[in-house]
Design a protein around this ligand. Structure first.
Ligand SMILES: [Zn+2]
Length: 190
């Protein structure tokens, strides 16, 4: 009895998380990876979500998943938003504290999937018109966990968490400290 209760609760949690992923327009592949549900169950869940919510359409992404780490470094605003999202993920333990944590390379784990939703939802509530889609958030977390191209580091001046390009030799600095250093240089130049 106890075993089946536990199992029921776990399945229930899996479905709840999958629904949150669907609302965030995640791909079937991503939902499968993070919840362990089969494609068939995800499709059924998606159909019943449309029926029950009265939503006529949830945008579904086709084609390639996000795959370019440079995406998160492209503009100042993107760098800021990526740092906010990554900081939330670090606070909620979606991101390991040591880079490349082995235990997090395997199946994502339902608890981590739940925390990822929380981190993403807080990010969306903090930022007006968020630039990072849920799929990109998943990609950012995966990239930072691998810590091959991008990593989290502390700003050398203020200690704020920043995302750094692992191949760059520059000292990590947050957007604010970077801007104030630039204006200092400009004053010296004139
Ligand atoms: Zn700083």
């Amino acid at each position: 009895m106890r075993v089946s209760d536990d199992r029921y609760a776990r399945d229930r949690l899996r479905f709840d998380i999958a629904l949150r992923f669907i609302r965030h327009e995640a791909r079937t592949h991503t939902i499968r990876q993070w919840t362990g549900l089969t494609d068939d169950r995800i499709r059924k869940l998606y159909r019943s979500y449309l029926n029950e919510s009265g939503a006529t359409h949830v945008h579904r992404h086709r084609g390639k998943s996000p795959h370019q780490a440079a995406h998160f470094m492209r503009t100042v605003r993107m760098r800021q938003e990526s740092a906010v999202l990554a900081s939330l993920c670090r606070m909620l333990d979606v991101l390991p504290h040591a880079a490349g944590g082995e235990c997090l390379r395997g199946p994502a784990g339902i608890r981590r999937a739940h925390l990822l939703c929380q981190a993403y939802e807080v990010y969306c509530s903090l930022v007006s018109a968020p630039l990072i889609s849920f799929e990109h958030a998943v990609f950012l977390i995966t990239t930072l966990t691998r810590a091959e191209e991008l990593a989290l580091d502390g700003c050398r001046q203020c200690g704020a968490l920043v995302i750094v390009d692992r191949l760059s030799l520059r000292q990590p600095r947050c957007v604010t400290c970077h801007a104030s250093a630039d204006s200092g240089m400009a004053r010296i130049g004139h």
